[in-house]
Design a protein around this ligand. Structure first.
Ligand code: ZN
Ligand code: FE
Length: 262
């Protein structure tokens, strides 16, 4: 086994903010560094750190939207933490210290996280993948049973972004930034009503939400089986949303447009 395998795993804490956002604390028990991913607000992030006795050292931002960077400046002034974010969007990330892209990756907690450039929701969106911890922080690109709205990108960009994420191992944990899973399930069932794995997942999600539990993280394996936005190249979805000669990206675009109207 490589020596890295003996390193203790990252501890990951999910905490809610605003109405339906999630922030994530990532803590390296060996070196003591703690990052928060996409802090919409400062106070819940500080409270989550305090609850674990952790000192915030980093912010990892996936994109510039206010519900992902709203806590940046207050957290930086209160803790002196370093802010890491997408190089392509450096001018839109408040307090950015370290601009990262696919070439640089991102160093945190004694690890080198892969950075994926995943435009579509916004033009500069990135995702962070901690390979040895099987953890993907994908912001508003991939949701459980959904994907982000195309505010600044095309269906072709979003499809190629989703394909990058779909190539990761099935047991990758998907830490997406919103609790949209139950409403996404309602749409997904109309998109792919014959999908038995989706039906089972939708029932599980309903039970979890009724009990007040988070549905995040999901796993990539579950999303590949159930999420219509990762399945735009599957025959049933192509039949319903595309047709002969239509590209997979256009099928994805048609599914996204149907969800926008749903
Ligand atoms: Zn967003
Ligand atoms: Fe968001």
């Amino acid at each position: 086994m490589p020596q890295e395998a003996t390193r203790p795993a990252l501890e990951i804490v999910v905490f809610p903010m605003l109405s339906d956002n999630y922030g994530f604390l990532i803590h390296d028990p060996a070196g003591g560094e703690t990052a928060v991913v996409d802090p919409a607000e400062a106070a819940p992030a500080l409270a989550a750190c305090a609850a674990h006795g952790w000192q915030l050292t980093h912010i990892l931002n996936t994109h510039h939207h206010g519900d992902h960077v709203g806590g940046n400046l207050e957290l930086k002034s209160r803790t002196g933490c370093k802010i890491v974010g997408p190089a392509y969007d450096r001018e839109r990330i408040p307090g950015l210290d370290l601009a990262v892209d696919e070439a640089s990756g991102a160093d945190f907690g004694g690890r080198h996280a892969s950075v994926f450039f995943v435009p579509g929701h916004t033009r500069g969106h990135i995702a962070y993948w901690f390979a040895e911890d099987y953890a993907l922080f994908c912001g508003d690109t991939l949701f459980s049973l959904g994907c982000g709205r195309l505010f600044e990108g095309t269906p072709a960009q979003m499809w190629s972004s989703l394909l990058k994420l779909r190539a990761l191992p099935d047991d990758t944990r998907i830490y997406c930034a919103h609790e949209y899973t139950q409403s996404n399930a309602r749409f997904a069932l109309t998109a792919e009503p014959e999908n038995a794995a989706l039906k089972a997942k939708a029932e599980k999600v309903a039970t979890e939400r009724a009990a007040g539990r988070f549905t995040i993280p999901s796993t990539l394996g579950a999303e590949k089986a159930c999420n219509p936005f990762l399945r735009a190249d599957q025959p049933d979805l192509r039949r319903r949303f595309g047709g002969p000669g239509v590209s997979d990206a256009d099928v994805l675009g048609a599914i996204r447009a149907a969800k926008d109207r749903f």
